[in-house]
Design a protein around this ligand. Structure first.
Ligand SMILES: N[C@@H](CCC(=O)N[C@@H](CS)C(=O)NCC(=O)O)C(=O)O
Length: 219
């Protein structure tokens, strides 16, 4: 059977989220690079895969998907095994907690943390746009409040959804990985349970493998 395809530069955060899930479940896959500099993501071929002209896109035979979190869930459902069950859909309460913390990542954590990554790394290093320190300072204040909630949660459970690793945790990997290359990485040291959780995630073989391919732009 042809391997599933992920379209987009592997180093890109939302693409890395999908690739990490493919690695976690041990699926065979192919990464098809999309050249963002030449606007390939806005080409008719790519718009047929993702009508919003963004990366990632994903193909499994006739099925075309976009939105990295939705693609990731498809991958985790399709390749679920007893020993790799990252959505816990066999248990209503556990699955609900995975959903809760997956939503928290998308709507609370990421909006606080990702502007710092854009301002400190992606803008200055890849697009020649200087860091807006006001945006960074405001985002850091938001992030501290979010991390206080994470610290409380992770002082009671080893992972976000409970005492089991899940998609809710893995979902945090790409942006947090790049955050750790910003001058503000030490912020996590103030939240020991969050830091220990991050270190546990970084020790996972699939995470190590993907991290080795994602060289952060130099700050
Ligand atoms: N919510 C989408 C966001 C996708 C997204 O923002 N992709 C960026 C790259 S990381 C992109 O394609 N940017 C180019 C554009 O929007 O034109 C997802 O999770 O897949």
């Amino acid at each position: 059977m042809a391997p599933v395809k992920v379209f987009g530069p592997a180093m890109s955060t939302n693409v890395a989220r999908v690739i990490l899930c493919l690695e976690e479940v041990g699926a065979e896959y192919e990464v098809v690079n999309i050249d963002m500099k030449s606007q390939e993501h806005k080409s008719p071929e790519h718009l047929a895969r993702n009508p919003f002209g963004q990366i990632p896109a994903f193909q499994d035979g006739h099925l075309l998907l976009w939105e990295s979190r939705a693609i990731s869930k498809y991958v985790l459902r399709k390749y679920k095994k007893d020993e790799v069950d990252l959505l816990r859909e066999g248990n209503l309460e556990e699955a609900a907690m995975v959903d809760v913390w997956t939503e928290v990542e998308a709507h609370t954590y990421n909006p606080a943390l990702s502007p710092i990554v854009y301002q400190c790394l992606i803008g200055p290093m890849m697009r020649g746009v200087p860091t807006d320190e006001k945006v960074v300072a405001e985002s850091l204040e938001k992030l501290k409040k979010v991390l206080e909630v994470y610290e409380a949660r992770l002082s009671k459970h080893s992972y976000l959804a409970g005492d089991f690793v899940s998609f809710a945790d893995l979902n945090h990997f790409p942006y947090t990985f790049y955050f750790m290359a910003t001058p503000h990485a030490a912020l996590f040291d103030s939240y020991p349970h969050v830091k220990a959780w991050w270190d546990r995630l970084m020790a996972r073989p699939a995470v190590k493998k993907i991290a080795a391919t994602m060289v952060p732009p130099k700050a």
